[in-house]
Design a protein around this ligand. Structure first.
Ligand code: KG4
Ligand code: ZN
Length: 342
């Protein structure tokens, strides 16, 4: 079985082909980051228009990369939510139309399930059950995972997502959107002692997160530094980036440890854009070593949005005979707990 995967939920057009026997045989990605950079964030209408321009050529490129023709594809998986409605509509319309023309089944995939299952594409995939920490630009969730589609939400952010907090703080430091990765590079030059940010919601029980206060804390720290120094030096920026990142990483680690204790599980999966963060990976790896458990994460290119995770997730569901009806339906808001177990 060979599945074509199409991801267009936000600002990346991703197309990939997953082959049941050979694994991933094509992977194409076009990022719109430059298009949105001038606006300091994703402009939904521009995103939709760019997906229209890029999706079909990327499908052709993926087929060519795999040395395949349209008739070699057995099914199509497309992201149908959550995400930007216009962007989702582009991928869903193209996917459904091709499936109709090629007379093959298609399935609408949940974007966060795609992220959650991305570590399965690695050489050493995690076994079920595990705790998953999903950290992206739009979501921060701790999930108990007993199998594909067997998800229990243990906790989530009550305000900003971790990636959103990274991006907003990066913007305050004068970095281009999306600044998460750039902030993390800047933090490498930072001084560990100079600033200490709070670890929000860690002093009370529960597994929910709140990151919006950290952005305010960063804004206040920046204003104070400007008052004292006249202007923000590169070193001060790096010191603030370091302290902010450390606070996010520590907070995530504390809640992961709690979730593991609560479930009794020894395996932790991290996925979504922020799981590319080196400091987070290091910190969780150290913690899991202490707990005599194991941490799993996707390779960096599959942490952020991509077509491979959608092709793979769609493959698992299409293989079980699941498929979506012909109507083009998108779900901009969609809880992962509504998914069927397979
Ligand atoms: O999963 P993703 O590509 O898109 C969503 O589904 O939202 O995640 C994008 C988010 C952005 O907020 C970006 O700044 C953040 O992931 N990100 C990072 C890093 N790489 C990407 N945040 C911190 N450190 C990184 N290395
Ligand atoms: Zn994503």
């Amino acid at each position: 079985m060979r599945i074509l995967g199409i991801e267009t939920s936000c600002d990346e057009t991703g197309v990939a082909i997953y082959d049941e026997e050979k694994g991933l045989i094509a992977n194409q990605l076009y990022t719109q980051i430059a298009l949105h950079a001038d606006y300091g964030g994703v402009v939904p209408e521009l995103a939709s228009r760019d997906h229209i321009r890029k999706t079909t050529p990327l499908i052709q490129a993926a087929l060519q990369q795999a040395g395949l023709q349209a008739e070699d594809i057995d099914g199509i998986a497309y992201t149908c939510g959550p995400g930007l409605v216009g962007a989702l509509l582009v991928g869903s319309t193209i996917a459904r139309s091709l499936a109709y023309a090629w007379n093959i089944p298609a399935i609408g995939v949940h974007h966060m399930e795609g992220h959650l299952l991305a570590p399965m594409l690695e050489d050493n995939p995690p076994q079920f059950p595990f705790v998953a920490l999903l950290v992206s630009g739009g979501h921060t969730q701790l999930v108990r995972v007993d199998g594909v589609g067997q998800y229990e939400l243990l906790g989530e952010s009550i305000d900003d997502a971790a990636g959103e907090a990274f991006d907003k703080t990066a913007k305050l430091l004068g970095l281009d959107y999306p600044g998460g990765a750039a902030l993390s590079r800047l933090a490498e030059q930072g001084n560990l002692e100079r600033f200490v940010f709070p670890r929000p919601m860690t002093d009370r029980p529960g597994l929910d997160f709140s990151f919006s206060g950290l952005k305010t804390f960063a804004a206040n720290t920046i204003n104070q530094a400007i008052k004292q120094e006249g202007e923000l030096t590169e070193q001060t920026k790096a010191d603030i980036a370091y302290a902010f990142q450390q606070a996010v990483v520590d907070t995530l680690a504390i809640k992961c440890r709690r979730a593991l204790k609560e479930t009794g599980f020894k395996r932790l999966v991290i996925a979504g854009g922020v799981s590319a963060n080196k400091q987070l990976r290091q910190s969780l790896a150290g913690m899991m070593q202490q707990l005599k458990g194991e941490v799993f994460y996707p390779q960096p290119q599959f942490c952020t949005d991509n077509g491979a995770m959608i092709a793979y997730t769609g493959f698992l569901r299409l293989k079980q005979g699941e498929h979506s009806p012909l109507e083009i339906e998108v779900k901009p808001r969609w809880a992962m707990t509504e998914l069927n177990a397979i």
